[in-house]
Design a binder for this molecule. Sequence first.
Ligand code: ATP
Ligand code: MG
Length: 230
Amino acid sequence: EQIETGNSYSFENVSFHYAKGQEIIQGVSFDTPSGLLTALVGPSGSGKSTLLRLMARFWDYQAGHIWMNGKDIREVQTDSLLSNISMVMQNAYLFRGTIRDNLCFGNESITEEQMIKACKQARCHDFISALPEGYDTVIGEGGATLSGGERQRISLARAFLKDVPILLLDEPTASLDADNEAMVQKALDEISKERTVIMIAHRLKTVRSADQILVLQDGKIIEKGTHNQL
Ligand code: ATP
Ligand code: MG
């Protein structure tokens, strides 16, 4: 089956294990309403990244359903699912090529102006423009010549540039300093007015403005609410 445009997920009693007998996600249910920012928090190993991987079908869950626009995502063709989402992983990966290529991914319809806007939002415009070759700087395989925080911000800008309704972000501000983190957070609040953003954070304080916060522990959602409610 195809899915035209999906802009929200609905989890219904989803359980998942990587290895039989070790439930990593245990009967989880929640909705990620469209056009809102949902934050996932919880201790290391609680299953946060696993939930994002299930949303992008890196793995398939064994019980329950993940619905997108009324369809179980296991029944939907992967490319049609993936055309609705953009994902920034915990260890942002860049390929060998120019920064521009890494940002635009061969999409020639992206204008210079759009590219710069996204890089300003992701707080990487300043350091890119300070490089002698700017956006045409060639970076090594895996982004070896950049710091972890720089790679992460480029990969965030790349996600902003992909014209999709859903952004899945795994700790997008983890290697940023406090100032940059606050600025990226502001950009995400702005972006989540138009798109559905699902974001993992380590600490509750980084997701103060989320519309919905899900607290995960041992593969279960133990609390749901806004920052003020929790
Ligand atoms: P962190 O905050 O450290 O990123 P997390 O909440 O994202 O943690 P996950 O990466 O979802 O946690 O991992 C949840 C559990 O699943 C952990 O116990 C982890 O060891 C296990 N796990 C993760 N990936 C795999 C895998 N590919 N195969 C087997 N077990 C895995
Ligand atoms: Mg993780």
